[in-house]
Design a protein around this ligand. Structure first.
Ligand code: PLP
Ligand code: COI
Length: 339
């Protein structure tokens, strides 16, 4: 294997040794299968290709100082994948089988788990797709679950440094009562034009507003949004955002640090009252926001001018990573050691 320069890794695909697959046929899931192929051979009329029957997940494993490998909250990802499956009428993958597949794929690719302290981690990407052939708009009768891994560095090049985002009212990633709460490929396809425009203008992501009224904050590209005001952790409640497992964890940590958590609709105007703002997610971890430019209203909200994260973001980031890496005890039962 070529030597990997762990600290220089970006968030991209790097070939690893194995993936784990499972097929749903005649009303049941089969056994987990190990594959060393990077490709899948599917029917040209498979529903994943035509009607968007595709859902995925994203989670990470970390190598600790003690050499142990820990995976973060995989039961939550398993349950969210089931919710996505219900959302687009696919066969649900059992939670225990999901966890077993994740354990297997990590162990099989152990040599790709970045070392402690490198800033990199092992990204785990499960997906579930409709395989059965249909021409009419109907759910498939057959499905495939697959999980692969790839070692990754920071999602945004800035890493844990404040980065700018923008508001553009001309685009939505999901409809008001659509698929925004599910992790399905279509939402990401719908975000590509706006995301590309934002990047051209120098922003790392689009801060989407609620698609119904464009009055409230929704989420931030591939991450949830949160803000800090005084001792308050404030994050949007919305019918069109993905329930982030990172955000759920930060809500718990903030509460246990004595902060007041507010999860409610956040009017755009309230942006001017926040002291810190950030994106959070598996890939984004916590990415502080330096400024939010509202490109339609010609207005900017500034949270950091010195290139440094705010004190509360820093505290939450440190605590979350300490639990994930196994540097501090995990009182919540969030990490599972892979043995
Ligand atoms: N929102 C969207 C649209 C995402 O793609 C992600 C990434 O998974 C998140 C939020 C963050 O969710 P999590 O913290 O579970 O990774
Ligand atoms: C994640 O944070 O795991 C994501 O899935 C975000 C993105 C890479 C789609």
């Amino acid at each position: 294997m070529e030597k990997i320069n762990w600290p220089e890794l970006s968030f991209g695909y790097l070939k690893t040794d194995y993936n784990v697959r499972c097929y749903y046929r005649e009303g049941e899931w089969g056994e987990l299968e190990i594959s060393s192929s990077e490709t899948i051979n599917i029917h040209m009329a498979a529903t994943c290709l035509h009607y968007g029957q595709e859902a995925f997940e994203g989670l990470k494993a970390f190598r600790g100082k003690d050499g142990k490998v820990r995976v973060f909250r995989m039961d939550e990802n398993a349950k969210r994948l089931q919710s996505s499956c219900r959302g687009i009428v696919m066969a649900e993958f059992p939670v225990a089988k999901f966890e077993e597949a994740v354990r297997q794929v990590i162990k099989l690719n152990e040599r790709f788990i970045p070392p402690y302290g490198s800033g990199a981690s092992l990204y785990i990407r499960p997906l579930l797709i409709g395989l059965g052939a249909q021409v009419g708009v109907k759910p498939a009768g057959e499905y495939m679950f697959l999980v692969f891994v790839t070692p990754v560095g920071p999602y945004f090049k800035t890493g844990f440094k404040p980065a700018p985002v923008c508001i553009m009212r001309g685009y939505d990633r999901a409809a008001p009562l659509g698929t925004g709460t599910y992790k399905v490929g279509g939402n990401y396809a719908a975000s590509l034009v706006a995301g590309g425009k934002a990047q051209e203008k120098g922003y790392v992501a689009v801060l989407y507003l609620d698609p119904k009224e464009k009055k409230y904050l929704d989420e931030c590209g591939p991450a949830n949004f949160f803000a800090i005001r005084g001792n308050h952790y404030i994050t949007p409640a919305s019918q069109s955002i993905l329930p982030s497992i990172t955000n759920k964890s930060l809500i718990q940590l903030a509460g246990d640090m004595g902060m007041t958590v507010e999860r409610r609709p956040i009017p755009v105007d309230e942006l001017s009252t926040f002291e810190e703002a950030a994106e959070c997610g598996t890939a984004a971890v916590i990415t502080p926001i330096s400024r939010i430019d509202d490109l339609d209203e010609n207005r900017s909200y500034i949270y950091s001018t010195d290139g440094k994260p705010g004190a509360t973001c820093e505290k939450l980031y440190t605590r979350l990573q300490a639990i994930q890496n196994g540097d501090e005890p995990d009182p919540y039962g969030w990490v599972a050691v892979i043995e």
